[in-house]
Every structure is written in C-alpha cells, then in structure tokens.
Write a protein that binds this ligand. Sequence first.
Ligand code: SAM
Length: 151
Amino acid sequence: MNIVLLEPEIPYNTGNIGRTCVLTNTNLHLIKPFGFSLDEKQIKRAGLDYWKDVKLYIHDSLEELIKANKNSNFYFATTKTKQKYSEVKYNKNDFIVFGPESRGIPEDILNKYKENNITIPMTPIGRSLNLSNSAAIILYEALRQIDFDFS
Ligand SMILES: C[S@@+](CC[C@H](N)C(=O)[O-])C[C@H]1O[C@@H](n2cnc3c(N)ncnc32)[C@H](O)[C@@H]1O
C-alpha cells in the first residue's frame, strides 16, 4: 500500500503517519514543498525510533507520480465528496493521497479524479479530521480489505 502526503505542513503529522507506515509495511510518498525540514526533531519525535525505517519517497510533482504508476489506483481523501472511503475496493499497490493541513487537496485535482475521491463521514459541526488520523483510518480499511497482507 502507498500513502501520499501532498505538500505536508506539520512535522508531527508526517512523523506519526511515518510510524504507521513502518508498522504496516506501507510506502510513504511526500510531494514537495514541505512546511518543515525532513531533519526536524519533531518528525523523529512523532515517528519515534521508527522514522529511520520509513520507506520514504520524495517527489516534485503528484502528476508525475500518477503517470509513473499507471497500473495502480489513486484515491484522494477529501471532505468534498459523498463517496465513503469504505465503499471502494482497494488493491495492494494502490495509492491514497492526502492534502496539506491548512488547505486540503486543490479543487482542480479533486475534479480531475472525481470518481476516486473518498471521504470519512463526519458530523457537520467541524471542517475536517486531523491528517494523521484520516490517514490511519483509510489505510487500515484498505489493509482490512486485503486481509492485512503486509508483504
Ligand atoms: C486537516 S485536513 C485539510 C483541511 C482543509 N481545510 C480542508 O477543508 O480540506 C488535511 C487532510 O486530511 C484529510 N481529511 C481530513 N478529514 C477528512 C475526511 N473527513 N475525509 C477524508 N479525508 C479527510 C484530507 O486528505 C485533507 O486534505
């Protein structure tokens, strides 16, 4: 499985997601630019001593990553769709994309891949869930569907 963080801004979230990725043998793809340096202590603190084991891939462009992985599905986590994350069928090599903490995934990307937009249902009293919580929820649903095949 692959998690993609588009232009992440908060090092604690990236560190936390990195830890989840290590423990599920999931690749972590980060799309530049970041709101922090990868050397920052906060990433390592949130990822604990797991951070050094993250299968980390850095990219300049999301579109290039998509082009290079034409045979995989890309899903886009957003509050702006009605399609539940639990309604789609995940495969082992799929990519799940998450947006920056302050802005979310840009509208033009969501519109381009509309049928692959997915959401975690919430009450309407808030704007969105925390990035690392969202990543954990969707990743574990995808892993559940493939019988927790961590190979
Ligand atoms: C803190 S949220 C972004 C908030 C941004 N202000 C917005 O409204 O899109 C960061 C990322 O977490 C994911 N996320 C947060 N809540 C979500 C939800 N209910 N369903 C799916 N993804 C969610 C999305 O990928 C989002 O881009």
